[in-house]
Design a protein around this ligand. Structure first.
Ligand SMILES: Cc1cc2nc3c(=O)[nH]c(=O)nc-3n(C[C@@H](O)[C@@H](O)[C@H](O)COP(=O)(O)OP(=O)(O)OC[C@H]3O[C@@H](n4cnc5c(N)ncnc54)[C@H](O)[C@@H]3O)c2cc1C
Ligand code: FES
Ligand code: FES
Length: 444
């Protein structure tokens, strides 16, 4: 089986395994060594390439998922002998250092310049947050990209022909849900957890080859309004959630948390269904889904069942999914009148940081009185926790200091935080109390 795609403007075919990493294929088969392997886990961005114009980490993309798509590596960025404006600006502005991460920086910057009508210092910094350069020199990089933003031809597509290829999509990895025996398959969506699991996982893929690509299933992909509820396919990415007008209008807390997941490279690939199925207590979307009162539709190719999301996580990294089942979609109620929300993620830095604590809360207020409350926290127990008792304390009360203090104390009693590399249990408990207090005081 071969995989065909457009690479730097030309049609190419690879006979490598469908689960081979795009990074290895580019470097070993096509001799394109601009994309570097820094971490192999999606953290550093040195392997960044553009997939259909979006920055992704080539170390986390299986070859089979580029079938019929367009890949741009740094080798395709220049226009013949002439450097692209962003490359020229990095060179002129000294935003290059030792050069190891520069190809990834240039491609992330190029994508941002093409997508953002008016790049600013903060939008550039956010767009480059997934390119962690060990030489530092961030200021010069930012200045160089802002200088490139002034060039009239900054957006001109590079390479001889960067239009999507006409190859039929989906030949390399199976995609027909009804025909698949799910219990025998490795399910892959964005691959950000699966491929970050390292060489042991890749060996399993190479040996097994029994892979089902959820990202190609139309049933798992859409976002829509159905009977006064927002339905979101499990294979919707965080980048899509972040941008989608329905989500931004009705579920702004979900759009906001999508922007807190990893970097742009990760958001362009990671799916909400994968975040739920991976079931890490630090999964950032999970407390938000709890606070929003989501329901999960689960299926096995023939039958469907609907489970309140509050019952989905059954233990550390465990869910109600049985062998052969997958998450099809989420269903979320539209917010009612007088609803307020509060979201805070506390980590070591703003981007690319696993949460130490995350609090998501929805409150309903009538005449200044709390008449509804759902608070949920992440990274403070083996599963994301719905803080039922803290919510109960709020009902019928005015959001004042005394209430905030009582709810914070109650919330701390409802969780069982752990000591680990990122934080201590004591710190997590303390921060959770502060966040609950702040959430309630934000209602005043
Ligand atoms: C560098 C980096 C930074 C990150 N930062 C964050 C962060 O800040 N916050 C955060 O919450 N997460 C973070 N993550 C993890 C996040 O990317 C994943 O949890 C992601 O959401 C998983 O989705 P995916 O589509 O990539 O899943 P995949 O890797 O494709 O799959 C993950 C698991 O879920 C299963 N699966 C996928 N979809 C389904 C489905 N529909 N039904 C049943 N099973 C399914 C797969 O079989 C697999 O076992 C980060 C990851 C990386 C590599
Ligand atoms: S090698 Fe570091 S993100 Fe891919
Ligand atoms: S350019 Fe040297 S480590 Fe980034």
């Amino acid at each position: 089986m071969t995989v065909s795609f457009t690479l730097n403007g030309g049609r190419v075919t690879s006979a490598a395994a469908a689960m081979a990493r795009l990074l290895d294929v580019l470097r070993d088969e096509f001799d394109l060594t601009g994309a570097k392997e820094g971490c192999g886990e999606g953290e550093c961005g040195a392997c960044t390439v553009l997939l259909d114009g979006d920055p992704v980490c080539a170390c986390l993309v299986p070859l089979g998922q580029v079938e019929g798509r367009t890949v741009l590596s740094v080798e395709g960025l220049a226009r013949g002998a002439e450097l692209a404006p962003v490359q020229r600006a990095l060179l002129d502005g000294g935003g290059i250092q030792c050069g190891a991460c520069t190809p990834g920086v240039a491609l992330s910057a190029q994508a941002h310049l093409e997508r953002c009508a008016q790049p600013t210092r903060s939008s550039v910094n956010e767009a480059l947050a997934g390119n962690i350069c060990r030489c530092t020199g961030y200021e010069r990089i930012t200045r160089s990209v802002l200088a490139a933003a002034q060039c009239e031809d900054r957006c001109a597509k590079s390479g001889p022909d960067a239009s999507p290829s006409d190859a039929p999509a989906g030949a390399a990895i199976e995609e027909d849900l009804s025909a698949a025996d799910l219990s025998k398959k490795i399910l892959i969506a964005g691959g950000t957890d699966l491929l970050a699991a390292g060489p042991a996982a890749w060996d399993r893929f190479r040996a097994g080859g029994e892979v089902l690509d959820l990202s190609k299933m139309r049933d798992l992909r859409g976002i829509g309004l159905v009977a006064e509820r927002v339905e979101i396919g499990a294979a919707v990415t965080f980048a899509e959630l972040r941008r989608h007008p329905l989500v931004r209008e009705h579920l702004p807390m979900l759009a906001q948390v999508a922007g807190l997941i990893g970097s742009h490279q990760i958001q362009n690939r990671a799916t909400i269904g994968g975040n739920m199925a991976n079931a890490s207590p630090a999964g950032d979307s999970l407390p938000v889904l709890l606070a929003l009162g989501a329901e999960v539709v689960i299926g096995d190719g023939e039958n469907e069942r609907c489970v309140p999301y509050a019952q989905f996580h059954t233990g550390y990294r465990q869910t109600v999914l049985t062998a052969g089942e997958l998450i099809l979609r989420l269903s979320l109620p539209l917010p009612g009148e007088g609803q307020h929300w509060f979201l805070r993620k506390v980590g070591t830095r703003a981007a690319q940081a696993i949460s130490k604590v995350l609090l998501a809360a929805c409150f309903e207020l009538r005449d200044g009185i709390v008449v509804g409350a759902r608070l949920a926290a992440g990274s403070v127990a083996a599963t994301p926790v719905l803080l039922d008792q803290a919510a109960a304390v709020c009902i019928g009360q005015r959001p004042q200091e005394e209430l905030a203090r009582r709810a914070a104390t109650q919330a701390r009693l409802e969780v069982k935080p752990m000591d680990d590399l990122r934080s201590s249990a004591r710190y997590r408990s303390h921060v959770l109390g502060r966040l609950v207090r702040r959430g309630i005081m934000s209602l005043r």
